[in-house]
Design a protein around this ligand. Structure first.
Ligand code: PEP
Ligand code: MG
Length: 324
């Protein structure tokens, strides 16, 4: 069984009816990229850069240190794309105690991710310069977490432009056309998708947070964990709307939350029109096996009943038909 899975590593990822699917890896540390390549990932869909900042015994990494780490991932990926997500601290992820900035808020509704970065522009600019410098050596791409407001988007692009100018003045090389993507993980972003399609080169749905914020469930609070439901009809409806709009606009759309790596949900996501999946590398072959067995055009015929269902019994039987 395991050896059969291993045989899938370097086969093409295509459905029975010929739809090409791209499988990307989520990584937390640069060396995770070794496994990602080994398991046949076509890129890094999510590099959680905050893990470089969370070491309790270290000061925050400076520009050169960050550049080295990003460069390592770029080199390990041999020219494949790497989405470096800018620092996503706050809520359950605290900064290293070595910095005087370790007191970020602990509420998931508080100062986290891009909200925090925009209040610390020097730290954000440092990270942007490090990513830009790495982009001179491969396909580094910038990915922004937790955006909801147009003014956050504008401020982000202003700072990216400033980081480029700073490097230009120093005579340091970078890819001036570096791609910039947004995570769609706040319901408000999902509900104003045309704004994000207009501004960004690619999008990635963070279902972990999208579920948290749509269902008002703190993902770190065990007392409400039983209400955290990826199959809630509101979640399925949002996902379908996001994927359909992005596909129609030809803006690349991925899912990089846990749902993408759950092989029991692969057929459902394929039926919704998803073609880019990003997941922990341990899930890559399990999801690939489902894709190789799937017929997307057939799966799509079962989707309307799933999306219509709001009663649990109706949803369960519609899902059973799709996932059979
Ligand atoms: C997500 O929210 O789904 C996601 C991928 O980001 P994180 O889990 O790091 O918040
Ligand atoms: Mg998230």
């Amino acid at each position: 069984e395991t050896s059969k899975l291993q045989n899938l590593k370097h086969s093409r990822t295509r459905t029975v009816d010929g739809v090409a699917i791209e499988l990307f890896a989520n990584i937390e540390l640069p060396e995770d990229a070794i496994q990602a390549v080994e398991l046949g990932a076509v890129g890094v869909g999510l590099f959680r850069s905050e893990f470089l900042f969370m070491d309790r015994n270290q000061a925050l990494p400076d520009e050169d240190q960050q550049y080295e780490e990003y460069r390592r991932v770029i080199d390990l990926m041999h020219g494949l794309p790497v989405n470096i997500r800018t620092i996503d601290v706050g809520a359950d992820k605290a900064l290293g105690a070595g910095s005087d900035l370790s007191q970020t808020g602990t509420s998931p509704l508080g100062l986290r991710a891009i909200r925090w970065s925009l209040t610390e522009p020097e730290i954000f600019l440092t990270q942007l310069r490090a990513i830009l410098r790495a982009s001179a050596h491969g396909q580094a791409r910038i990915m922004i977490p937790m955006l909801a407001h147009a003014k956050e988007i504008n401020e982000t692009f202003r700072l990216i432009k400033k980081a480029k100018q700073q490097l230009h003045q120093r005579g340091q090389s970078f890819n001036p056309n570096i791609q910039v993507g947004a995570m769609i993980e706040i319901p408000a972003a999902a509900l104003t998708l045309p704004l994000f399609i207009h501004h960004f080169d690619f999008l990635s749905i963070g279902t972990n947070d999208l579920i948290q914020y749509t269902l008002a469930i703190d993902r770190a609070d065990h007392a409400v964990a039983h209400l955290y439901d990826p199959l809630h009809p509101a979640i399925l409806s949002l996902l379908y709307t996001i994927i359909t709009q992005a596909n129609a606009a030809k803006t690349p759309i991925a899912i990089c939350g846990e749902m993408a790596g759950d092989p029991t949900l692969t057929k459902l996501l394929l039926a919704m029109g998803l073609t880019d999946f990003s997941m922990h590398f341990s899930q890559l072959l399990l999801v690939k096996r489902e894709i190789l067995k799937a017929n997307v055009s057939e799966l799509k015929t079962y989707l309307p009943d799933v999306l219509k269902a709001v009663e649990p019994e109706a949803q369960a039987s519609a899902l059973e038909r799709l996932l059979a």
